[in-house]
Write a protein that binds this ligand. Structure first.
Ligand code: F6P
Length: 343
């Protein structure tokens, strides 16, 4: 009898999810599997919201952002009877295996379901934050950075005309990959990352130096940086215990600080969720397709508890537990590399 496989996408959406679903469904077709789309992440397994999907549902997805399955930040381990309901839906639908596409939260749940409840599950690495361990890249990151680099070009154009300091606040949560790549690829004069205590005095000196040369300056700031003037006690948390960072308005706070300390006219923009949509880059399409295919092959081999991951030019499998043990942050080597460009 052919296997019945359920696919879900959880956490923040991003480019590459739809190509990954396409890759998984096409490969499932080779194995004669029946594929079911689980709606809105783990919520679909809690509520029993599941639909059958086939080639015609996914064949036009390679260049589409978002996720046709919908998503949510539901954590079954934080809900009353959440895990029991997940298990009973899997039984009711006769699902033989699951493919979860997500970041550390969604795949963290997958890892626990595998370990603690023996659910037959594999993962695919999604997140614009690129902070998942055991994989060189996650899909969603390249498109998010591409969007932000385009935004920086616009800020440069207007900053140059008005002779201003222009700041772009980008997402990325507690990892600075998005800010790092955006800043380096757009020629920013300073980049602030969550991995490093902000040195406001040094930044202001650098901005004044740069301003003296070219009469404008560019800054990229990650939403997750720590600033002494911003408290974290009263922040709202999601079901995975993460702060809703956009409420801190870090770009605005930084613009006020720079203006006050340097007297340079400063403006800021927040790119926010624009980074999660738009046309997926070729890199994200390829990574989505490849990891989707690999994940389905892991199911075929009954190699559960694993995630499809990028390692150099290969797609390999790594334990879900390893991938979700801790987030991958920007290391000192990268921080030093970025500083080469702050002159
Ligand atoms: O994890 C992806 C991400 O885009 C983060 O960079 C950001 O902090 C968060 O999601 C925003 O979440 P939401 O879409 O729930 O506002």
């Amino acid at each position: 009898m052919s296997k019945r496989v359920g696919i879900l996408t959880g956490g923040g959406d991003c480019c590459g999810l739809n190509p990954a679903i396409r890759g998984a469904v096409y490969r499932a077709h080779d194995f004669d599997y029946e594929v079911f789309g689980i709606k809105d992440g783990w919520r679909g397994l809690i509520d029993g919201n599941i639909v059958k999907i086939d080639l015609q549902d996914v064949e036009e997805l390679v260049d589409k952002s978002g996720t046709i399955l919908g998503t949510s930040r539901t954590n079954p381990f934080k809900m009353e009877n959440g895990v029991e309901r997940v298990i009973s839906t899997i039984k009711n639908y006769g699902l033989d295996a699951l493919l979860a596409m997500g970041g550390e939260d969604t795949l963290g749940v997958a890892s626990r379901l595998y370990k603690e409840c023996k659910v037959k599950i594999v993962g695919a690495p999604k997140t614009m934050d690129n902070d998942l361990s055991s994989t060189d890249f996650t899909f969603g990151f390249d498109s998010a950075v591409t969007r932000a680099v385009e935004a920086m070009k616009s800020l440069e154009d207007t900053g140059k005309s008005h002779h201003r300091v222009m700041i772009l606040e980008v997402m990325g949560r507690y990892a600075g990959w998005v800010a790092l790549y955006t800043g380096l690829a757009s020629g920013a004069d300073w980049i602030l990352l969550p991995e490093e205590e902000p040195d406001i005095e040094e930044m202001c000196k650098q901005l004044q130096r740069v301003y003296a040369r070219k009469k404008y300056a560019l800054v990229v700031v990650s939403e997750g940086i720590k600033l002494p003037s911003i408290g974290i006690e009263k922040e709202e948390l999601d079901q995975f215990g993460h702060m809703i960072l956009r409420k801190r308005e870090i770009g605005q706070v930084l613009a006020d600080l720079i203006c006050e300390k340097t007297s340079l006219e400063t403006r800021h923009a927040v790119i926010g969720h624009i980074q999660r949509g738009g046309i997926p880059t070729v890199f994200d399409r390829m990574l989505g397709l490849r990891t989707g295919v690999k994940a389905m092959e892991l199911i075929a081999k009954e190699d559960f508890g694993k995630m499809a991951a990028m390692n150099g030019d290969k797609i390999i499998s790594v334990p879900l537990e390893e991938a979700t043990k801790e987030i991958k942050i920007v290391n000192k080597e990268w921080l030093d590399f970025a500083k080469i460009f702050f002159k």
